[in-house]
Design a protein. Structure first.
Length: 337
């Protein structure tokens, strides 16, 4: 009986249906959004009486319930959702008008091309998403927490394309990390985005323009560089190792490495196996066999005895200071007779 009652409630005979359709066509009514209290004649055709003929919600309910104007005007619905200052719930999303179809229609809007385009145009990227009451309410998330809205939009496959240039612009800024580098926003995709940035031409150019070698990766490195490279802020050696492993700063700066013998025992990152692995001996040979290094030794240490007392020079040779091995290296390589 309930199915029959529902069927009868929505039934409109052919003649009455034609009159209703003609009325709406004459007045340019193409969706429930066009229906207002200015059309009492429409209410009369629907069987409403008295003041009910002018009650917008009631007229919309009768139309939808009787099978009129059920096709969703996606562009208009989306415009109302994403436009600030618009008030009220859209009739196609109002359970008091469309009943259980409200949730079905909401999902259709979310899946629509129009909604996706509007979101992309409004925000540009996840980083542009801020508090937005209307969109958050439509998506049924907490409007007071932008990060929740960002995560919801991302999980719906919106704003998934990363802008490398935009991300690089945020590396020097204070505040929260870029949304594409936050696991609480993009989940496991954070590793994909990290790789996309690190492998990009733009990032390599950015690093090349700001740093000349591993020696330059000091205390002034922004915290977000550590985050991007997947290294903890306090682990500067790990940062250098990660850059080298990924192919950055692989050319040995002979002058910089050679100059390290003037510092007391400090080892160049290019001679540190914790950073460059088994490339240490290759790097050492590049420096020690260079004309520049030979000139620096002769200029700084006019006698072999002075050279033997250099802790930095011993470090470059990879031997103990004042040792026989150090003397042998100096002689064998032709620095002294």
């Amino acid at each position: 009986m309930s199915d029959l009652k529902t069927l009868m409630n929505g039934y409109v005979d052919g003649e009455k249906r034609r009159k209703i359709e003609e009325y709406m066509e004459r007045r340019g009514i193409t969706s429930l959004m066009d229906v207002t209290g200015r059309f009492p004649g429409l209410g009369t055709l629907l069987g409403l009486k008295g003041i009910e003929q002018r009650r917008t919600k009631g007229v919309r309910f009768e139309l939808y319930n009787k099978g009129f104007l059920q096709e969703l005007p996606f562009e208009d619905i989306v415009y109302q959702i994403v436009t600030k200052g618009k008030r009220g719930i859209n009739p196609y999303l109002d359970p008091e008008i469309v009943g259980d179809d409200a949730e079905v229609n909401r999902r259709k809007v979310i899946d629509s091309k129009e909604f996706g385009e509007a979101i992309c145009e409004r925000y540009g990227s996840l980083n542009g998403v801020d508090c937005d009451y209307r969109i958050s309410k439509f998506l049924q998330v907490d409007w007071q927490k932008p990060i929740v809205l960002r995560r919801a939009l991302f999980e719906m496959n919106f704003l998934t394309e990363i802008d490398i240039s935009e991300l690089l612009d945020t590396l020097e800024r204070a505040g929260a990390p870029n949304s594409y580098l936050r696991e609480d926003v993009v989940g496991d995709m954070v590793e994909y985005y990290r790789e996309a940035v690190i492998r990009s031409r733009e990032f390599r150019e950015e690093i090349k323009n700001n740093f000349d070698s591993l020696h330059d990766l000091g205390g002034t490195i922004p915290n977000r560089i550590y985050l991007l490279m997947g290294v903890r802020r306090s682990q500067r050696q790990d940062l250098k190792r990660e850059f080298f492993r990924r192919g950055f700063f692989t050319e040995v700066p002979i002058e910089v490495v050679a100059a390290s013998f003037s510092t007391k025992g400090r080892i160049s990152p290019y001679l540190d196996s914790e950073i460059v692995g088994d490339r240490v001996e290759e790097h050492r040979e590049i420096v020690l066999s260079s004309d520049y290094f030979r000139e620096e030794v002769q200029r700084n240490f006019p006698t072999i005895n002075k050279a033997l007392r250099s802790r930095g020079l011993a470090t470059l040779f990879g031997v103990q200071i004042k040792s026989r091995a150090m003397r042998n290296q100096l002689v064998r390589r032709g620095f002294y007779e």
